[in-house]
Ligand binder design. Sequence first.
Ligand code: FE2
Ligand code: FE2
Length: 364
Amino acid sequence: MKFRFAIISDPHLAVPYTINLDHTRFSLVEIGISAIDTVFSHLEQLELDFLLIPGDLTQNGEPDNHSWLQQRLAALPFPVYVVPGNHDIPTLYSTKDSIGPQDFPSYYRSHGYSDSHQCYYTHEILPGVQLIGLNSNQFNEDGEQLGCLDEKQLTWLEQLLPQLKDQFIMMIVHHNVIEHLPGQANHPLGKRYMLDNASLLLDLLKNTGCRLIFTGHLHVQDIAYHNDIYEITTGSLVSYPHPYRIIEIERTSKGSINVNIESHRVDRVPGWKNLATMSRQLLGDRSFPFMVKLLITSPFEISMKEAEKLVPHLKYFWADISEGDNILDFPEFPTEIRHYFQKFGSVKPDGTLALIDNCVCLKL
Ligand SMILES: [Fe+2]
Ligand SMILES: [Fe+2]
């Protein structure tokens, strides 16, 4: 078994006349088409077996954006498999502005949904390699969107997994299943990026052939590990640092499996000569209110006045988190707050930098 594939995530695609320019948003939707064209022209030169896109395919579920994207994907020389993100099916029923969950499979018949009328599916995509695509978008009785798996899907998965015991299983789902930030599952700002019922899914996956989960939604480059499972989350193509990944998986002669991950970045698109610098600056500016909120909410709940003193130091905190592989240290901060922020870094137990988020070889 040896194969190679790519991942892009959260392209939030918007054709020009649909672009909603919101200057508070972290995503630069206005560069989406150029960024996709840049990545695809690189990927087309590689002999890839497939491409995965774990959701937030479109700006906000606009029918024209889904149509544009599915046509663009169909023109690629390798298969593409997608799942919906919260922005792809933002309402329980379709409206004039966006599609609903019932419409999603029909847009992506060539991209995983060939025989599924649900927003989830499974296929043997290569001999012995099984892809499971899940839908992590549900709605409560008030029509509010939730990040969780519904019972019908969990039952389907519970019945499916024993049938796949000889397969190498890879899963794609939009919301995070394993924490990528310290305390993410319980933090008011972090938990909306996680599956509400992540622990149920992890229980189902125990002792199965599923060792790799690919997610998006958080817009951060990070690889997390829990109970024999690696979750590889890929940052958004339209927010700093505009990353994508190329992964090669090979079973060695001894039967172990090597997962070689390399990460690349889109660093220029027309009109954005130095995309990395401009985009990092923009994320620094736009993350200001978010950083204030982080300081004034639990666990610190410091006053607004104190937060305003610390927050200039945190200007590039979110940009550094989004890059992955960074040490985060603010020596001028009070000890307790300094220690809290240090935990967001990629460090070994001895405090030195661990390059674990972008380019790494995992051994399964
Ligand atoms: Fe997103
Ligand atoms: Fe999302």
